[in-house]
Structures are given as C-alpha cells and as structure tokens.
Design a protein around this ligand. Sequence first.
Ligand SMILES: [Mg+2]
Length: 404
Amino acid sequence: MDHEAPKTLLITLSGKDRPGVTSAIFTTLSGAGVEVLDIEQIVLRRRLILGVLVRAPRDWKKLRAAVEETAAALDMGVDVDRGVGDNLARSQGRSHVTVIGTPLKAGHMAAVAGRIADSGANIDRIERMARYPVTAIDLHVSGADPDRLRALLAAEAATQGIDVAVQPANLMRRGMRLIVLDVDSTLVQGEVIEMLAEHAGQAEEVARVTEQAMAGELDFEESLRSRVALLEGVPATALDQVYDDLVLAPGARTMVRVLRRLGYRFALVSGGFSQITDRLAEALGIHYSHANELEIVDGRLTGRIVGDVVDRAGKATALRRFADAVGVPAEAVIAIGDGANDLDMLAAAGLGIAYNAKQVVQEAADTSVNVPYLDAIMYLLGISREEIEAADEEAGFTTPAPPL
Ligand SMILES: [Mg+2]
C-alpha cells in the first residue's frame, strides 16, 4: 500500500451565484475522472465561494486549463492550488464559540477574534445562526482548552457588551438534552412573590428583600419564609390573578415548542410557588416541575410553606433527580437561571447559563445570555433561526418576518 500523501489540487471558485455553477464545475472535473476529497460551499448575499479538493491527475495542467475555461464561461474567478494531501487535522481543544450581538459590530468581532488569536487557537469555520432579532455567529475553534478560552472570552464579552458562549465541541451537542429552567425573572418576567405581595399591600417590603436575596446577600430560606409570612391572609384567588397576569420571557414558547419536537425534556425548578409553576408547566408542555407549596387554609394563604423550602441546594438536588428520571448524565443538562439561588443548579449542569442574571451569577456560570430572548439559547445548541422558522412553518406557526 502506498502511504505517501497523494498530490492534490485545491480549486477555489468565487463569483455571482447562479443555478448550475456547482454542476458545471463537477462536470468538468468528471472529465478527468478525479477523486473528490473535500467540498465546502457558501453563499453570502448572492456571492458564491466553492472550494473543491481533488486528487491531482497525472496531467493536472490540462485539468487546470479546463477548470479555468469553465470558470470563465460562468464569469467567475478561480484559483487552482497544487499541493499534497488532505486538509490538516484540526488541533486538539475544540470549541464552539457563539457570539451574540444586537447589533453585532465589526469591533466586537475584532475583539473576539483577537482574544482567540492570543490564546493560540485557530478559527476553522464560521457560520451565522441568526440575524433576527439578534445576530448570532458560531465560530468553530481549535487549538485551545475550552475552559481557558471561556475565561478569556467571558472577560472580553463583558468589556464589549456582547454575549459570548464557549462550549466544548463534542457529540453532546447532537443528543437529546434536559433543560432545567428557573421561573421568576427567567421563564417569566418579574417575580411572582412581588405580584402576590401587591395583593397583601406589602409590595415594597417584599421587593426589597427579594432584591437582596437574589443578589446572594441573604440566606434564601430565611428570606423566603419572612417574605411568605407577609402574605398571610391573602385570598387564594390572588394566585389565579397573578397567574393570568404573568408575562413569559420573549421566545419562551418558541424554545420549548422547537426543542420538544427534537425530543428534549424540560423541567421547572423554582424557589417560587408550585401553585403557579405547576400550571405554567402544564400550559407549556413542560415535563417536570418542582417548587415551594404555599399553605392554604380556608381559601387564604397562611403565610407558611408546606414542607421543605426549595433553596439553592434544593434546586441542584431537583436538577439531579430530573436528570435521573430522564436518564441523562448531568453533562447533558442545560440549566438556565438568573438568581443567586440558581448557582448550585447552574454548577450541577453540563451547561449553566446565566440569563439576564445578577453579576454574581454571570461570574459563576459557564456562559451568560444578556439579550432578552430565551430562544437565543437554541443558537448555543447549534440550531439556526432558519431551521427554527422552517420547522415552525411546517407545524403551522408563523414567525415574524425579519427586517432586511
Ligand atoms: Mg429567578
């Protein structure tokens, strides 16, 4: 057997895209009977770039002349590079770096690419995941440890005011995942306890304590019990009103709908109240939920919680329990949250996402998403806006048209 690397030709064609370009070039190549080793093609606006790597025939100059003639007839430019062997193997240490900006400016990309270059890594491939309502770009990077790259890019993202997520590029991205969502200020806008407190005339006091608790300044259980105590006497019907007033995070329905179709499982894990979260789970088709139960006696809140409080540790325990129930390892779990009581569950997940989160949470999580769209999470999973819209259209959902 011949172990010497074969002589190869890299043919790069570029110009205005029109039907039949790829067909014409391969028809010409087929005249020489060459073996195809690799093909990559992209179209940006209406410009096509086609790269073809073939084994070089003995009379490679004749093939080059034929390719140049075909390109000229198509009014396209062509480069024919003679070399040896296949593409170089990508370096070890592979990551997906997702960059999200609203808008995404050239300076942002310069900063991200600059830090990647500083790390010694290479950008092997770039694709757009979304243009609307955010611009999301996926970079395939090799040659740097993902954890080191994440630290470097997290700092740059904060400086630039954009979101940059770094994930190890492995098979995990292809599989079914369990997504564990915090509820208050994550799945829904605002805090349910503050909405309930308005019914008790205690809105200001509760909001003040909530703010401190979410920033990690107070013991969660103690602060929750003291806030719930302020709700004593509120009629249970207030829960129905609060439920009806809830506003989901933009993109929440889209995310759950699309990922459920792919077989994903969802769980709500909340330091809020099961009287609300169980209904939300039911309405959205979310498989599991776990939260605190408000005690109700004679149609009124007693100001107490039934059983143990779901605190920071309790949220992580619930995440592990749901992962076991689904039968996936913790690495396959994506946790999304915004508060200090989410820190343990974000750490327990394979991918912990701080969603429009408090500073302390952003600093600890694997990645931060600061755009107000929950469906942007899907771009981190390698699912493009175009795929989401195509799937939605098939299922009879109309998504808003993007501006040109
Ligand atoms: Mg929250």
